[in-house]
Design a binder for this molecule. Structure first.
Ligand code: ZN
Length: 85
């Protein structure tokens, strides 16, 4: 799971020296406090302090539990329902 792909759907990311940065969607960000590190697949906001990987980003964004996010991602990867039409 590529964190940069997920974050870039919600946040306009700019290339900075060794990471990507953008406006944090989790607090009122006037600057670009959200840093995304593509090589370690983690993010951190220097404004509100939230950090983690792809699951943590989606949990915070959608306000869901870890299990809900994992189930949702599993459904997206294996769309069983659509095959049974
Ligand atoms: Zn933040």
């Amino acid at each position: 799971m590529n964190l940069v792909d997920i974050v870039s759907k919600h946040v306009l990311l700019q290339q900075s020296r060794k990471a990507l940065k953008g406006r944090c969607p989790f607090h009122k960000d006037e600057t670009t406090s959200l840093m995304v590190n593509p090589s370690s697949n983690v993010f951190k906001c220097f404004g509100c302090g939230i950090e983690g990987g792809p699951i943590e980003f989606l949990m915070a964004l959608e306000g869901k539990s870890r299990n809900e996010i994992i189930a949702k991602l599993a459904n997206k990867n294996f769309p069983k329902e659509k095959a049974s039409v």
